[in-house]
Each structure stands twice: as C-alpha cells, then as structure tokens.
Design a protein around this ligand. Structure first.
Ligand SMILES: Nc1nc2c(c(=O)[nH]1)N[C@@H](CN(C=O)c1ccc(C(=O)N[C@@H](CCC(=O)O)C(=O)O)cc1)CN2
Ligand SMILES: NCC(=O)N[C@@H]1O[C@H](COP(=O)([O-])[O-])[C@@H](O)[C@H]1O
Length: 188
C-alpha cells in the first residue's frame, strides 16, 4: 500500500476527487496519508479534517527550518509519493531527491511554465497569447519549476469567447481526470 501526501496552498481541489477515486476503487493500493499546506487559511485543511486525514501547516514565516520540517514530517509518515495540488512554493532538492514527487500544472508544458506561472496567472498568459489549445500537464518534480519528466498531458480547445476565469474552471475539471490517470501510471 502506497502512502500519498498532498501538498496544497489553497483549495486542494483535486483532494475530493482523489478521496472519491480511492473510496470507489478507481485508485487502488494507495492511502491518502497526509495533507500539508504552507497556508494556515488553506481550505484544503478543512477538507483534510472532513476526511480525517492528518494535516500539517509548514509556513516559512514562523518555521525556522521549513525544508527540514517538511522532510521530517514526510519521512515520519512513511510517505511514498507526494502530489503537488496547487502548491505555490519551490520543493527543495532534499525532498525531490528522496521522494517521488509529481505535480499537476494547468497548462501544456513546456509552454507557460516556470516562476510566476501559477493559478490564474497561467490562464491569463494563455489567453493573452491567443492560444487555440490549453490543458493539464502531470509531471515529475525536479529541483526546477515545471521541468520534470512529463507523465501525461490532457488538452482542450480554447473557445472564441474564453476568459481566464472560464478557462481556469474548465482546466480544473480536466485536472481531476489527469491527476487520477497520472497517479495510476505512477502506481504501475
Ligand atoms: N522544485 C519544484 N517545486 C515546485 C514545482 C516544480 O516543478 N519543482 N512546481 C510548483 C507548482 N508550480 C507550477 O506547477 C508553480 C508554483 C508556484 C510558482 C511561483 O512562481 N511561485 C512564486 C511564489 C508564489 C506565492 O508565494 O504564492 C515564486 O516562486 O516566486 C511557479 C510554479 C510547486 N513547486
Ligand atoms: N503552477 C502550479 C499551479 O498553478 N497549480 C494550479 O493551481 C490550482 C490550484 O487550485 P486549487 O487551489 O483550487 O486546487 C490548480 O489549478 C493547479 O493546476
């Protein structure tokens, strides 16, 4: 049985989908063991409580050595795989070199990735670039933003009247499928 940790800075939208997929047997041999956020106000923490999942807040503003705390919490929980679900901080090499870390990015990498490319900013850049396609990239996480090996991508056509808000909503729905399939591939 693989122990999964979810790292999220805000809603952790995919947590609900993952919890359902595990409960329905769509995702097997995996346990949602831990939720970690850098944000004390993150709604993902409320979801962790609802699902009775152990949660930690590791905030650099009040934690002397957050990277060391993060490593220790993950090791103590015997985590096998880490999913970044809208986590807004860089994962340090001590983590990327000792755990399998995957991320869901709300665009078709390598375009629209890197520093500054998070949340609504990504969709605003895609719309501004007048792209015809966008999508989700599930990728392995290395020491740089959005440069890890791509596991899978799912795309969608951008509508003529698409806005950053409408695109974000559609991408988040696509992401739920992409994250499940990405984890299934990691568990093979
Ligand atoms: N080592 C890695 N860490 C993280 C990765 C990664 O690929 N390698 N992915 C990100 C998630 N992400 C895109 O998918 C991403 C998140 C945040 C940023 C960013 O520019 N962040 C800002 C800070 C924003 C904030 O504090 O709210 C910054 O670094 O200045 C870029 C990409 C998660 N970690
Ligand atoms: N570059 C990382 C990034 O932008 N991740 C994106 O943040 C959103 C978090 O939404 P949520 O807080 O509602 O789950 C998600 O759409 C995720 O793809």
């Amino acid at each position: 049985m693989m122990n999964l940790a979810i790292l999220a800075s805000h809603n952790g939208s995919t947590l609900d989908t993952l919890h359902s997929a595990i409960a329905n047997g769509i995702l097997q041999n995996i346990t949602l063991s831990l939720v970690i956020s850098n944000n004390t106000d993150a709604k993902v923490l409320l979801k962790a409580k609802k699902y009775n999942i152990t949660a930690h807040v590791i905030n650099a503003n009040n934690t002397p050595d957050p990277d060391k705390v993060l490593y220790t919490v993950l090791k103590n929980a015997k985590i096998d795989i880490i999913l970044l679900a809208g986590y807004m901080k860089k994962i340090p090499p001590a983590i990327t070199q000792n755990f399998k870390v995957i991320n869901s990015h709300p665009a078709l990498l390598p375009k629209f990735g890197g520093k500054g490319m998070y949340g609504r900013h990504v969709h605003e850049a895609v719309i501004a670039a007048n792209e015809s396609l966008s999508g989700v990239t599930v990728h392995e996480v290395n020491e740089n933003y959005d440069e890890g090996r791509i596991i899978l991508q799912k795309s969608l056509k951008i509508a003529k009247d698409e806005t950053a808000e409408s695109l974000e909503k559609r991408i988040k729905e696509l992401e739920k499928i992409a994250v499940i399939e990405g984890l299934q591939q990691c568990l093979k």
